[in-house]
Design a protein around this ligand. Sequence first.
Ligand code: KG4
Ligand code: ZN
Length: 348
Amino acid sequence: MASLVLGIESSCDETGVALVKSAGQAVPQLLAHALHTQMAMHADYGGVVPELASRDHIRRVLPLTEDVLQQAEQALENVDVVAYTRGPGLAGALLVGAGVACALAAALGKPVLGVHHLEGHLLSPFLSADPPEFPFIALLVSGGHTQLMRVDGVGRYSLLGETIDDAAGEAFDKSAKLLGLGYPGGPALARLAEFGDPTAYKLPRPLLHSGDLDFSFAGLKTAVLTQAKKFEGAPCDQMRADLAASTQAAIVEVLIKKSIKALEQTGLKRLVVAGGVGANAALREQLNEACAKRGVRVHYPELHLCTDNGAMIALAAAMRIDAGVETPQANYAFDVKPRWPLDFSLLA
Ligand code: KG4
Ligand code: ZN
């Protein structure tokens, strides 16, 4: 039977709400989604201010919900399940989404489901025009996480490798800051890199030959800092663009080599790239080329669903329910999990 799942995302600096329709075995269909990004609000501080983030989620979440219901031409009463991001993320920000989701569900007498934010990212390519099939390797590259997972089905995730320090998105953001670019740095650094020479500066590729599937990006940031200091005085635009391009090249090379290694080790021929850094054009271009050479299919979320959004949360909830991995409960005593590993803990 078809059911409507409302999803609420509030783990960091984006308030996202979406409505999906699930109909059993087929991939759930996205009916409507709405997003408010707090980027401009945090830009003055050079990063996310958790207290401001929570307050803004409170302001946005209900108007966005109304917007989504209106777009989908659905009444609130028609919602069958309310899903929310339970973690990981900023505790206060998560509590807003969880609180609102549970209050709405309680008022409607409908069940709720807390979703893992990374599971949302991981499954988000199922909403694309070219959805993947299980099993696949997932490269999860967000602002807080860099992980390679083996995905055998909904809820069947095993961690193959992860960053031992900074995440790839963090490496983009911190390097961007050192180059005097605004927040969030990833897209800004990528734009500047278009005008630079990726071979201009020799930057480290940490753990490239470590033999395992772990990552490390903290050393890269230090190398960028050392180089940026040499610019002191007046770096010309070309020098900054060259350093941006060299930084991006270092991050992209490590992500690609390790993804290929994970595919080789497991013998899988399918890769899913998800999370904010998955929007990076250089990564997509080079990864497509590397995978095409090896007969590997690569799947991405739609560009606008790469970064945080409510659609992936509603989708993950619907897929978990449809796969029989989880049954939503009409239990409105909620908690959030600011730190929450995504591996066997989500097994059916
Ligand atoms: O998945 P996401 O929206 O949030 C987290 O769950 O963390 O990822 C945000 C991260 C930020 O570090 C941002 O700089 C990075 O993704 N990002 C990019 C690009 N777009 C977003 N990094 C590189 N190139 C991009 N085009
Ligand atoms: Zn995210």
